[in-house]
Design a protein around this ligand. Structure first.
Ligand SMILES: Nc1ncnc2c1ncn2[C@@H]1O[C@H](COP(=O)(O)OP(=O)(O)OP(=O)(O)O)[C@@H](O)[C@H]1O
Length: 507
């Protein structure tokens, strides 16, 4: 039997949108099959159907050649299908072993031995090169390790088919390499993988075949080795995509943000950012490069007012805002595209329209003497959603929760850029976005710069930092290693600086 899973002519409609329109996907045994599509193309919905979270309106699912009905995730598990979601479902004060056996305790009078479970987990971990300590507590291990626990959870339940939903979105470059190895180990042992990802490089590196969907329809399935990244991007977006960011040289003006000897504590009450001095001028984009956890969070939270500082000054156009409230900082012109869009970006149970005016609803024309001007709000929201190509079932009236992750992200970016802040702090702005959307967001960041605004870009993607920034500041262990001009630098130099090894020439 060539195919372990076949999804044939699947259709799924939500109010106002056909999320899956006659989609077919066939997974061969022992392959890594990438599922590629724009934000909102219908990938998560399709996998939700395979994992029993949604029921298809039409179509057939076969597992090992036999037609099946997958009414809920338990049925999926019994059929050997497991899924690692973007947001992990682990209990943080439980151990790895406790998390893995949770909900899978033996019934029928068997006594569960934690020791035996831990031994089996250790064995699986060794066999697939996962390197997980069964006795570690979830809260003490990295995000990358937590993801491996999710993978182990599936293996422990004897999953043969593994669905990974954008697994690399939360990982550092080194962890991504490790994950690639793990995926290869898995298929070498006969497992089959469906990999949802927006990263074409990653598809090239690990996948055997790739199915592309666009606006709910199958565009085709290709052999990855024979297909260029450009071709896959074109299939996905339906037009030519430029990977190169077009921009003129920057014309920096006055200093907008000046950091002087900024020291900030991390969550462990020691210094996460040490004596940082840096300036960002009007008309320039300064990128912050660094391995995750080297002071980026402390920096962003200190400037936006989410975290107290230990020492130093934060000047916006000459005024020290270091001890001002968040609201005052927004009024001073600080805009923020946050890293965690669920926690800080959007209220998921508000409509899109309500989310678009979160920061301005109490100002004219949206509100006059306490009365909301619905028409003005609708127009303002619709304009943002159109220009940022936010796709949703009911437009401004859609519940924010119903949007695909990438479309939520585009809406937040649109809202923040629309406020036209003098200093825009963009943290991982394109994480989870498809290549077409990335191209657009980069263009808008550069437009913002060209309007004479200052942009501070924090990203773990070196490509993005180098392509979009004018100057790059590199952080290592909370300290500024150096600042270089992006046009005169390269991945190698910045990579070394990120490791704290070499200083740039100064820019
Ligand atoms: N529970 C739901 N209720 C209403 N609409 C939904 C629901 N889930 C998804 N949709 C809509 O279905 C479409 C497909 O969404 P889906 O999440 O499957 O896209 P995706 O390809 O996974 O996107 P992304 O890459 O951004 O995660 C979107 O237009 C989305 O707004």
């Amino acid at each position: 039997m060539e195919f372990v899973v076949e999804m044939i002519n699947i259709r799924k409609e939500f109010p106002g949108v056909v999320a899956n329109d006659d989609i077919t996907l066939q997974l061969k045994k022992g392959e890594i099959h990438a599922l590629l599509g724009e934000n909102g193309a219908g990938k998560s919905t399709l996998m939700g159907i395979l994992f029993g979270m949604y029921q298809a309106d039409r179509g057939v699912i076969k597992v090992d050649g036999k037609e099946v009905r997958i009414g809920n995730p338990n049925v999926a598990n019994k059929l050997g299908i497991g899924m690692v979601h973007q947001h992990f479902k682990l209990v943080s004060n439980f151990t790895v072993t406790e998390n893995i056996i949770l909900g899978n305790e033996p019934t029928k009078g068997l006594v569960l031995s934690i020791g035996a479970a831990a031994r089996r987990i250790e064995e699986l971990s060794k066999r697939y090169g996962l390197n997980v300590d069964p006795h570690a507590k979830i809260e003490d291990i990295s995000v990358g390790m937590q993801q491996r626990v999710e993978i182990l959870k599936m293996l422990y339940r004897d999953a043969e088919v593994l669905i990974l939903d954008e697994p690399s979105a939360v990982l550092t470059p080194h962890e991504i390499d490790e994950l690639s190895k793990i995926m290869k180990n898995l298929i070498a042992e006969g497992k089959s993988i469906i990999l949802i990802t927006h990263k074409l490089k990653e598809i090239k590196a690990v996948a055997n075949r790739c199915t592309v969907i666009r606006r709910g329809k199958t565009i085709g399935t290709v052999d990855v080795a024979e297909t260029s990244q450009q071709k896959m991007a074109e299939m996905m977006v339906g037009r030519n995509v430029s990977f190169k960011v077009e921009k003129d040289a920057s014309v920096p003006g006055e200093v907008v943000l000046q950091l002087e000897g900024l020291s900030v504590n991390n969550n462990k009450n020691s210094l996460g950012l040490k004596q940082l001095s840096l300036e960002v001028r009007a008309g320039e984009i300064v990128g912050i490069a660094g391995v995750d956890g080297n002071g980026q969070t402390e920096l962003v939270e200190a400037i936006t007012g989410l975290r107290k500082i230990q020492a130093g000054r934060i000047l916006i156009q000459g005024d020290n805002i270091a001890h001002k409230s968040i609201r005052e900082r927004i009024r001073k012109g600080v805009g923020h595209i946050p890293e965690d869009r669920h926690k800080r970006g959007m209220v998921l149970d508000y409509t899109l329209e309500e989310n678009m005016i979160l920061e301005v609803y109490n100002q004219p024309p949206f509100s006059k003497r306490g009365i909301l001007n619905k028409l003005a709000i609708r127009k303002y929201a619709s304009d943002i959603l159109t220009s940022f190509d936010v796709r949703s079932g009911k437009g401004p009236l859609s519940m924010s929760r119903s949007l695909s992750g990438g479309n939520q992200q585009k809406a937040i970016i649109g809202r923040e850029i629309e406020l036209n802040p003098d200093l825009l702090i963009a943290v991982q702005p394109t994480r989870g976005l498809d290549v077409g959307s990335i191209e657009y967001i980069h263009k808008r960041l550069i437009e913002h710069r060209d309007k004479g605004k200052a942009v501070l870009l924090i990203s773990l993607e070196l490509d993005e930092i180098l392509n979009v920034s004018d100057r790059v500041a590199v952080l290592n262990n909370g300290e500024l290693v150096g600042v270089v001009k992006a046009a005169e630098s390269n991945e190698n130099e910045i990579g070394l600086m990120m490791a704290g090894i070499e200083k740039g020439g100064g820019a």
